[in-house]
Structures are given as structure tokens and as C-alpha cells.
Design a protein around this ligand. Structure first.
Ligand SMILES: *Cc1c(COP(=O)(O)O)cnc(C)c1O
Length: 397
């Protein structure tokens, strides 16, 4: 057996590889430079062009660009009219922002459990958590796989709930042939550098509902209206604008929009390469009894953001921590997505207790994400597979 790097052996590769990274090329740089030396750094035509581009990519009627994915979720909760006393059902296996957005508007996040095979929110558990205070669902397309839209839509229709999709991982994914972004009442995207396409920092919300679009726009731009036709009072002159609601300044700049348009032009290429790598990993790991690999529902045509391996700890002599450190020592740096949101002190202090979502907690114990991004070479992919196999072999029972 090969000696692990953590025990003094030779690492599988020389340079460390991380779980995700952006791919910015000369075309992206050129697009940004052009806007930087132009007339508008913000509130200009590139932002409008980006919103049109997002509509094209997602098949949504309307898109509002914002400064990050968290702002997108906050705006969606405002547009949904959520507030004190309202409950919002979400998953614990997500970035904290998916639940925090409810807290921002005074509502209460309620955590439903996940499906142990797909890792996405379990519609049965959603139903089990519905009360007469439930107003919305924030469903997360975890790792990029689409949530169970058909079931979630039925639940929302039956109980009169608003369906907010946190698609921070899922730009480029389709459900039943329809792009994510055209399906839920509102879909939120993030364009952070680890996500599939980036604006440096950026986000967007898509919707097909003109009234939600109007509210999203107000929430992200100080609640200000500039079109005289939408004003409460007839304007005295052309300088008049009206602040109708309490909103925020969540705008994206025009140079970020330029970067994102250029990135979206490469989305198909990025998606194809991600898919290729996922297929290689799936093939390499399918016969390793010590690992469980996430399953996909047939409806989801997925652009994957994360690739997760789940250790079957009863078949290994190591802990998750030991496996994690051993893989890192081979210069394949894993990460864990995610710590169940209600484990954090902020939520614990508010009365959320361990044990709320047993399936999610069990899954969390064994998971780690391995590198997945389109700029990985075939050699990188081979190294990652070799490192995972090396560590499994060293620790298998
Ligand atoms: C990244 C992410 C967000 C937040 O996006 P930011 O752009 O970083 O604010 C929200 N939800 C999920 C699931 C994410 O992965």
C-alpha cells in the first residue's frame, strides 16, 4: 500500500488544488475595460443588457441584477411580503444566507429535512412542517441539481405559499427541459467567484410575475420610482423621483455586468466541462463501497457546482477529519458543504436544537467536496481521483 503524504509519503501532486475557482480570460478583461473607460460605471446600459441576457439564459420574463446572492434572497423575501410571524421553510444543508434572508425581514426560518440520496429538500418533510403561519419555501438547488419542482409547486398551490428558489448553485441547470429561473415564483442566483459564472460579487432574481418584478426592483433600488406614470403624485418637474417603499442600495455596477455577460457567453462551455468531470468522478467512484455518491433525479439536467463524496464511516478506520486532512496532504484540498445552518450559535441562541433534521445531520457527518471547476485539466482530474482512492485504500477496513 502507498504511504499517505500525511504519514510522510509522497503527495499525489505537487501543487495544491482547491474545490473551486473562477475562469476569467482575455475576453472578460476586455469587456470590463471597455465599460471602465466608458460613460457609465453604474446605472448604465450594461446592467440593462445583462438583465436581458439573464432572461435569455433562464427563459424568465424579468430579471433584476443585484450586488450578491444574499441581496437577491433578501429582495425576494421583501417582494414576497414576508414579515414578523411568518414562517419560511428551507433546508439546513445550504449556505446560511438561504435561512438568514427570512430573519432579515423578521420572519422565522423552519428547517425541513433532506432526501438522503439527492441531498435536496424532501417534499414530504416540507409538508410535515407546514403550519398556518407558513408563507414561503426557500428551496435550494444543492450542488446545482434542481429541486423537485413538480412536488414543491403542488405543495405551494395547495397551501398558498410563495416558491422562492435559491439557485446560487444552479445557473445552467434545467428541470424537465425548462431552465432554472423560469419555474419558481422567484429564483435567486449568485455570481460569487466559486459559482459557475462570476461577476466578482453579484446576484440576480428572475420572475415571470410583473408585480413581483416591480417589488424586486423597488427593494433593490431604495424603493425609488423615477417613471412619472408610476408616481403617487403628479411630479412638479423632471427632477422629481418618489421613494415609495423602504428599499436598499443593492445595485450591481456596469463593469461587473460586463464581466457577467462575457461569462454567460461561456456558460454552455463551462457546463459541458463540469459535466465531463462529474462523469469521470462518477465512473471512478461507483465501485468504491466506502463512498456514497449523490444521486440525481431524472428530471434534473444538471450543471454541477459541487462534487461531494460521502464517507461511509462504518467501512473506514478513520474519522472524517482524518480523511479530510489526509486528502489535503495529498494536495487535493477538500471543503465541507455545508454545516447544518441551525448548528450555528446565532440559530442555537434562538432555540434551534440539534436533532431537528436527522437525515441532514447524518449526511453532514461524512461529506466533503472535492475539486470541480471547468479550468481543471484532465491531469488534475486524474490526480483528484488517485488521491481519493489512495486515502480510501489506506483507511478501508
Ligand atoms: C453562495 C450562496 C449564496 C449567497 O450568495 P453570495 O453571492 O455569496 O451572497 C446563497 N445561497 C447559496 C446556496 C449559496 O451557495
Amino acid at each position: 500500500m502507498e504511504k499517505l503524504a500525511i504519514d510522510g509519503g509522497t503527495p499525489v501532486r505537487k501543487e495544491k488544488i482547491f474545490y473551486g475557482r473562477q475562469w476569467v480570460d482575455a475576453k472578460d478583461v476586455e469587456a470590463v475595460s471597455k465599460v471602465l473607460t466608458g460613460d457609465y460605471l453604474t446605472c448604465g446600459p450594461t446592467v440593462t443588457a445583462l438583465e436581458q441576457k439573464i432572461c435569455e439564459v433562464t427563459d424568465a420574463k424579468y430579471a433584476v441584477s443585484v450586488c450578491n446572492g444574499t441581496a437577491a434572497l433578501h429582495c425576494a423575501c421583501i417582494a414576497a411580503g414576508l414579515g414578523k410571524g411568518d414562517e419560511v421553510i428551507t433546508t439546513p444543508i445550504t449556505f446560511a444566507a438561504s435561512a438568514n434572508c427570512a430573519v432579515y425581514v423578521g420572519a422565522t426560518p423552519v428547517f425541513a429535512d433532506i432526501n438522503p440520496e439527492t441531498y435536496n429538500i424532501d417534499p414530504d418533510s416540507i409538508e410535515a412542517h407546514i403550519t398556518d403561519k407558513t408563507k414561503a419555501i426557500v428551496a435550494v438547488d444543492f450542488t446545482g441539481q434542481a429541486v423537485e419542482h413538480k412536488r414543491i409547486r403542488e405543495i405551494c398551490d395547495k397551501h398558498g405559499l410563495i416558491f422562492i428558489e435559491d439557485a446560487a448553485h444552479a445557473i445552467g441547470t434545467k428541470y424537465d427541459g425548462k431552465p432554472v429561473g423560469s419555474l419558481a415564483d422567484m429564483t435567486c442566483f449568485s455570481f460569487h467567484p466559486v459559482k459557475t459564472v462570476t461577476a466578482g460579487e453579484g446576484g440576480a432574481i428572475t420572475t415571470n410575475d410583473p408585480e413581483l418584478y416591480r417589488k424586486l426592483h423597488l427593494a433593490s433600488q431604495h424603493g425609488i420610482v423615477r417613471n412619472p406614470a408610476e408616481m403617487v403624485e403628479k411630479p412638479e418637474g423632471p427632477w422629481v423621483y418618489e421613494m415609495q417603499e423602504l428599499g436598499f442600495n443593492y445595485r450591481m455596477t456596469d463593469f461587473q455586468a460586463a464581466l457577467l455577460i462575457s461569462q454567460l457567453n461561456k456558460l454552455d462551455k463551462f457546463s459541458a466541462r463540469r459535466r465531463e468531470i462529474v462523469n469521470k468522478y462518477n465512473e471512478a467512484f461507483k465501485d468504491i463501497p466506502e463512498l456514497f455518491i449523490q444521486k440525481e433525479i431524472p428530471e434534473s439536467d444538471t450543471t454541477r457546482h459541487l462534487y461531494i463524496i460521502q464517507l461511509k464511516l462504518d467501512k473506514l478506520t478513520c474519522t472524517r477529519r482524518q480523511f479530510f486532512d489526509a486528502l489535503a496532504a495529498e494536495n487535493v484540498q477538500p471543503q465541507v458543504h455545508y454545516i447544518p445552518v441551525y448548528y450555528f450559535p446565532f440559530y442555537e441562541k434562538r432555540g434551534y436544537k440539534k436533532g431537528l433534521c436527522p437525515v441532514a445531520e447524518e449526511m453532514y457527518k461524512g461529506i466533503m467536496s472535492i475539486p470541480l471547476y471547468p479550468m481543471m485539466t484532465d491531469e488534475d482530474v486524474t490526480d483528484v481521483i488517485a488521491a481519493v482512492k489512495k486515502v480510501v485504500n489506506a483507511y478501508k477496513k
